[in-house]
Ligand binder design. Structure first.
Ligand SMILES: [Zn+2]
Length: 266
């Protein structure tokens, strides 16, 4: 048994204990906006930032808060909590009413909240569906005519897609003029240009240089320009701009993660 396996088992036991405590006793100074419960702390992802590669630490990734990742009560991740807060603050839950929505890799709480908004159609999709209400769809080849949807949600999806520019073109194509895509994606503040090298083709190498075994690139500061290049217009907002009264630490979200909203204008 190697040291990583021992570490994984220790973290798994710790998480089990934390979940038990959270579900048995109320209280704590942190708050999960999805299950509406105070918790003692949010659980780290794979041991948190101290377990990241030295390279990833240096890259200053803006994305998930890996130290305050999972709600021990409901299991929601920080990026789901943050997107919920953003959608609420941008009044998008109201705007979803009567609209046609395509949601990739739908998160449990978010998708339930969106369904409550009485959209006209709400398609939950994934390349590899994990529940029976999710339809199998490939972002690279969407089986819909042009201008089929008013909103598309893809929260931490594009970094997993091989040809992201083709996926973005598909997203733009199926959106109606005036429709919007919510495209939360991690990026590095240290990189000026998005880095993708097909020579980095093993899971272990991708973990070291992209931060996760199934990430296929590391976006840089050109991310907004790259997403806009397919014909989408950025309406990007910041945590401090859209959520000025939300204490990021208490809510377990990364205040540096922008709200990546893009509109199709023509
Ligand atoms: Zn929760």
């Amino acid at each position: 048994m190697d040291i990583f396996a021992v570490g994984d088992i220790s973290m798994s036991i710790l998480h089990t204990i934390e979940r038990f405590i959270a579900r048995t006793f109320s209280g704590g100074s942190f708050y999960c906006c999805l299950c509406d419960k105070n918790v003692r702390r949010f659980l780290p992802y794979r041991g948190g930032r101290s377990n990241e590669s030295a390279f990833i630490k240096e890259m200053k990734i803006v994305g998930s808060d890996v130290d305050n990742f999972e709600c021990p009560n409901c299991g929601a991740h920080d990026r789901e909590r943050h997107l919920f807060l953003y959608l609420n603050a941008a009044d998008l839950f109201t705007k979803f009413c009567g609209k046609d929505i395509l949601h990739f890799a739908p998160e449990r709480h978010l998708s339930a909240r969106i369904a409550e908004c009485s959209p006209n159609t709400y398609v939950k999709a994934d390349l590899y569906p994990y529940t029976t209400d999710i339809v199998p769809l490939d972002l690279l080849d969407l089986p819909y005519p042009n201008c089929s949807f008013d909103f598309l949600v893809a929260n931490h999806v594009l970094e997993h897609v091989g040809d992201d520019l083709r996926a973005l073109s598909e997203i733009c194509r199926v959106l109606r003029v005036g429709g919007a895509a919510i495209l939360q994606t991690p990026f590095s503040e240290r990189l000026n240009i998005t880095w993708q090298d097909d020579g980095i083709d093993s899971a272990s190498a991708r973990l070291i240089v992209y931060g996760q075994e199934d990430h296929l690139r590391l976006y840089g500061n050109d991310i907004i320009k790259r997403f806009s290049s397919v014909g989408l217009s950025p309406l990007v907002a910041t945590h401090v701009g859209l959520l000025p009264s939300v204490n990021a630490s208490m809510f377990g979200v990364n205040p540096h993660e922008p709200f990546f909203l893009f509109e199709r204008r023509e």
